[in-house]
Design a protein around this ligand. Structure first.
Ligand code: PYC
Length: 404
């Protein structure tokens, strides 16, 4: 495949929907585009339509704080995210598009004995799987992050941290665009501003989707949305334990590069990195109440900057330039829901809460495998929807990074 010389656009003009596809993917974010890409590239399945109610990467893909890491708490999580991280490292080459993948090192601060215990636990699980993570003491942190107030304004002194050298950031839009372009060049169709209004079945099997642009037949349908999962699953009477909470973030004005690591404090509910443009990219925990909305609040900025100033007092002089929110599909065990469902031909990639961006490559790859072969990829077997009924939860709360 090759981009045509006389095609100056990054994406070709969209054509009308066809009558039928082998696979319809609902959701044109990173996950949907990655799945389309791997379906085409690795399985030769190109009669695929990605249907997106808004625009490419305009949901949580373009709203997260771009952190990539694999320092999870469970073996299932560590193996899954490690594969994702490896895929991320090669994406710029794969796409022939710079995703600005930047390895920074990732500190998760501990301010209490119990947080230290969780960091030790994570470090041991990580090391067992060959992941570069270790518990570091205050002097080591001080050396690497000299501008941080280790006493936290005397409120909650830092006692140590989990240090994860491979922790990285990437340009999130480029990830979605790279996957989308790669899929399109191989024959996949992307239809923006196209909302799925119903999923049709016959004899317990998927036959197509109803959209605001008409009905399209489909042999297989995959839901890869964030914030709208319950709206989609209700169409098939599938019950999930997902609850939706807004997750807000913001950036400061750009300043001279000074921060080359990612710093997270689950106890203070802050995470921060400096973007290649010089802005501090910051976020906090999810909003306290369930809400299906991407509105921003002053409350969030006040709470976040209060905690930020305990850790980094000089930030009191910085201006906040932009703030925004995404909708997080939170699951009871803070792990995703992936794979086949009880409805033949309908697959789910959901429950991405506050941990979805870093899973973009691996979710696309494993879901493409599952759909193409109709056999669940080994890495996602622990994340099946029926684990809740079987009480086989994958408890990742201690590694979710964001306080809840
Ligand atoms: O899981 O690293 C993470 C994260 C950061 C912000 C939200 N989630």
């Amino acid at each position: 495949w090759k981009k045509s010389e006389d095609e100056p656009r990054f994406f070709p003009e969209e054509k009308p929907l066809k009558k039928a596809y082998d696979v319809v993917i609902i959701g044109g974010g990173g996950h949907g585009m990655a799945c389309a890409y791997y379906l085409a590239k690795e399985h030769g399945i190109t009669n695929v339509a990605v249907l997106e109610q808004g625009y490419i990467g305009g949901g949580n893909t373009g709203r997260n704080t771009t952190i990539v890491r694999s320092n999870y708490l469970t073996s299932e999580g560590v193996k899954f995210y490690d594969e994702s991280l490896k895929l991320f490292e090669d994406l710029s080459d794969d796409f022939d598009l710079n995703i600005f993948y930047s390895t920074r090192g990732h500190f998760t601060l501990a301010h209490t004995d119990s947080a230290m215990r969780t960091m030790r636990w994570r470090a041991e699980v990580n090391k067992h799987h060959g992941i570069d993570s270790e518990v570091v003491d205050v002097d080591t942190i001080k050396k690497e992050v000299p501008y941080m107030d280790m006493s936290c304004n005397g409120q909650h002194p830092v006692m140590g941290a989990l240090y994860h050298a491979p922790g990285s950031v990437a340009r999130h839009d480029a990830v979605a665009w790279g996957y989308a372009r790669g899929a399109q060049m191989r024959g996949v169709e992307i239809h923006q501003k196209t909302q799925v209004t119903d999923i049709k079945t016959k004899g317990g099997k998927v036959v197509g989707v109803e959209t605001d642009k008409g009905f399209v037949e489909a042999k297989k349908v995959i839901s890869m949305v964030a914030g709208s999962t319950p709206r989609i699953t209700e169409m098939l009477d599938i019950k999930t334990p997902i609850e939706i909470f807004p997750l807000q973030a913001c950036v400061t004005e750009p300043v001279k590069p000074f921060m080359d690591t990612i710093v997270v404090s689950g106890s203070l509910h802050v995470y921060v990195s400096q973007s290649s443009r010089g802005e501090l990219v910051m976020g906090a925990s999810v909003d306290p109440a369930e809400l299906h909305s991407t509105r921003s609040t002053l409350d969030f900025v006040e709470g976040l900057t209060d905690q930020m100033m305990d850790l980094f007092p000089f930030t009191s002089r910085l201006k906040i330039m932009r703030q925004w929110a995404g909708m997080s599909d939170i699951t009871p065990d803070f792990a995703p829901i992936m794979g086949k469902t009880d409805v033949e031909g309908f697959y789910l990639d959901a429950g991405w809460g506050t941990w979805g961006f870093k899973a973009t490559p691996v979710s696309g790859k494993t879901m493409a495998h599952t759909v193409a072969t109709d056999s669940t990829h080994e890495l996602i077997k622990p994340f099946s929807l029926d684990r809740y009924a079987k009480f086989e939860l994958v408890g990742e709360k201690g590694a979710a990074s964001v306080g809840h």
